[in-house]
Design a protein around this ligand. Sequence first.
Ligand code: GDG
Length: 493
Amino acid sequence: MNRLIVVSNRLPFALDSTGEDLWTVTPAAGGLVSAVEPVLRERGGVWIGWPGSAGEIPKRALADATRDTGYKVVAVALSETERDEFYYGYSNGVIWPLFHDLQNFCNFEPAYWEAYKEVNEHYADAIARCSQPDDFIWVHDYHLMYVAQALRERGLRAALTFFLHIPFPPYDIFAKLPQPQRLLRALLQFDLLGFQTRRDVRNFLGCVRRVMSDARVVPRRELQLVRFEKREIRLGHFPIGIDFDSFERGAMSDAVARRSQELRARFRDCQLILGVDRLDYSKGIPERLRAFRNALERHPELRGRVVLTQVVVPSRVEIPRYHEFKQRIDRLVGDINGRFSTSNWLPVQYHFRSLDRDDLLAHYRGCDIAFVTPLKDGMNLVAKEYCACRIDENGVLILSQFAGAAEQLKTGALLVNPYDVEEMADTILKAFRMSDADRTARMKRMRRGVRDENVFWWVDSFLRAGAKLAARSAGFRGRQGARHAKTPSAQRI
Ligand code: GDG
């Protein structure tokens, strides 16, 4: 395989200014980074992305931050307006809510689409500048769906591949987008489109059939095929995994064992229920809290016997909707604790911050029940990480039927509808009462799946599908082609 070029909106760390020429480096939160970082660290390659602060890139801080990564980092700069209109605007104010079926949260401001295209052009320029003919170019996620079109306009004919980390909506929802045709046309400039689940592939093909009259869908058993503008585009589902061994090893470490014992010792005689999410309205946190409250109201045997630890990692707090959403969570936690707590029992332990890795793993290892109830989710890695850290093969996973992970974990998880508060409350009781034998049988099945279909399996299956296309690629034409011809062969992966 050839050198891997990963392109995503954000780099795996954020640079924040703390004064004149003073910068702090913080690891970026979120599923894409958790999944892709170990792959690039292992294989090497290039990561193109934005370091998270608007304005010029601080060259020295960037060099310091990337010295020991094991791969090359190319930073893309965004102005404040671009950040507001591309990142907060079109990406997170239109595509994110719409693709999670929450169309009422969308702000279809026309200027955002223009900014989206423009910023995608910056990423395309960065790719054109640093790529070589043999590179495997892998663009990630919903911020960058226009990049292939921008590259085609620059004369690039090399194979381009794309993976969508979030769900792809059904036609009735997708059609609300003011630019359905332009967006699908842009996506069809890639040669390989990867989605998390079969559901997303089905939805995408449904939209292509309804919106793109000159595209032809040719159903295939494995990779689907679309013929469009004399090109062939392949499509498939590639459910993302986690670095299972690293989570398992981490969970076995002395430090994690000690912290998990400390956690358990603080809540003797209680079963611990865990929720871990980025602050996001798609994660179903208020619904989960309402379900927990409902469970305490209707099932008194749970009072004093369960504790819900809810970790909320700050994210996109600059967007007013996220700020309001946090206040809603704060109020619900206050209400539950105010109503049910006793002198020696506080039902909800609420942390609005990121846990360090050992602490996160200690929570996975030490909590009896994971309560993962997104309203909709591309995959949801927390569900898989929980299974990997259950080295005692115990623990119950309550999982939303609308998380991509449900397709793989349904043999062991208790699936729920995250909009059905009473069903979730009853499922808490069912999990609480579940026998050790049942817990173990279910957890063993889930762990087997998460171990086998890990992040390296995910990346290999995607790269294998893409390698067939790369063989057919023609490289750059014109001036860029001439420059590439002189470049020495790149690092192999
Ligand atoms: C997107 C899609 C898809 C969470 N809290 C802490 C912490 N985390 C880490 C978890 C996990 C990641 O953040 C969250 O990943 P998710 O998959 O749950 O969600 P998104 O961020 O929305 O990710 C999602 C994913 O991309 C991958 O394709 O699964 O559907 O929305 O890895 O461990 N990490 C630390 N402390 C915390 O407190 N250190």
